[in-house]
Design a protein around this ligand. Structure first.
Ligand code: AHM
Ligand code: MG
Length: 334
């Protein structure tokens, strides 16, 4: 075991960063890691069993749910229920937030917002998918936790992370003191520290956007794409276009290599497509902690005041120099 640090060991060591913590956040992160391993097992054998394809139900956004979405949703809720550290789970897959009511969660003080299986339209063709989660402290002190405990600004997050079920499975998370990545070693069934203190390059050459929607983009985004495609040796342009269509995978690659991911407003999605609570806030917290920037094109994502559970926003996220250039063009042309 020498040289290997498991997620469990790392979490316990890091508890010292929070001298007044009683270990609840550590246990919560551990529970998420366990559920991720169970989901990983099913994602890995997706082609082998009758779990691929539509579950025949719709989520609140009217999108068809895949069976694995439903399975992942159940696994995370169940792990968080038995863990007893959280009082509410708000998930992309449920219309309303789920109050956790179990004897062990009586005094639970954490709220979880989760997208159990992001990019699930990619499952049928064996492309990477992910789980995205965010942790808040409950604000109310009496009675049952309420919607206002869930609708907190991204700056209030105490932890956030994602799991990428890719060519290898990784969990990447932050508690506001940098970002660390763990790769699942299937031979021992443990996430092992593989990417300590992750930092996004200040600049990059990769841009990730669904360019098929070009005609519906705001002018600032169109100008940025033209900028990205112009030849200029000094700034390593033209840039490279890479779009998996799986937010976790696109942002994970850009975190490692440098790049920008944009999902702007479009005619079909006038407020953007991605959800503030389940996707944008957690990814923004992680990328900021890694030295990057995340905005809606004009304002910092983490400063957006949420008003509803399934709120959407445009997002520009990644290497600081790239996002700042896109923001400048947005300010100039929008
Ligand atoms: P989902 O939560 O329904 O899976 O949708 C989110 C996904 C992101 O992972 C991805 O970046 C984006 O939707 C792709 O959207 P599009 O197909 O419009 O490019
Ligand atoms: Mg999603």
């Amino acid at each position: 075991m020498s040289g290997i640090k498991t997620l469990g060991q790392f979490i316990i060591e890091k508890q010292a960063d929070f001298p007044y913590a009683k270990g609840e956040l550590s246990r919560l992160l551990r529970d998420i890691g366990i559920a991720a391993k169970i989901v990983n097992r099913e994602v890995n054998k997706a082609g082998l069993v009758d779990i691929l394809g539509d579950a025949g139900t719709m989520n609140i956004q009217g999108e068809g749910q895949k069976k694995l979405d439903v399975y992942a949703n159940e696994q995370f809720i169940s792990a968080l229920t038995s863990g007893g550290e959280c009082c509410i789970v708000a998930t992309e897959e449920e219309d309303d937030f789920v109050p956790i009511d179990s004897p062990v969660s009586k005094n639970a003080k954490y709220i979880i917002c989760i997208d159990p299986l992001d990019g699930s339209s990619n499952i049928d063709c064996n492309v990477a998918v992910g789980t995205i989660f965010s942790v808040y402290r409950r604000k109310s002190v009496e009675g049952d936790a309420t919607i206002s405990d869930v609708l907190q600004k991204g700056t209030e997050q105490v932890a956030a992370g994602y799991v990428i079920y890719g060519s290898s499975t990784m969990m990447v998370y932050t508690t506001g003191k940098g970002v660390n990545g763990f790769t699942l070693d299937p031979s021992i069934g443990e996430f092992c520290l593989s990417h300590p203190n992750m930092k996004i390059p200040k600049d990059g050459v990769i841009y990730s956007i669904n360019e098929g929607n070009y005609v519906h983009f705001p002018d600032g985004v169109k100008k940025y794409l033209k900028y990205a495609q112009v030849e200029d040796l000094a700034t390593r342009r033209p840039y490279t276009s890479r779009y998996i269509g799986s937010m976790v995978a696109d942002i994970h690659r850009n975190l490692i290599k440098g790049g920008i991911y944009i999902y702007p407003t479009t005619a079909a999605s006038p407020n953007g497509k991605l959800r503030l609570l389940y996707e944008c806030n957690p990814m923004a917290f992680i990328i900021e902690q890694a030295g990057g920037v995340a905005s809606d094109g004009l304002n910092r994502i983490l400063d957006i005041e949420p008003t509803e559970l399934h709120q959407r926003t445009a997002i520009f996220i990644g290497s600081p120099k790239m996002v700042q250039m896109a923001e400048a063009l947005m300010a100039e042309h929008s």
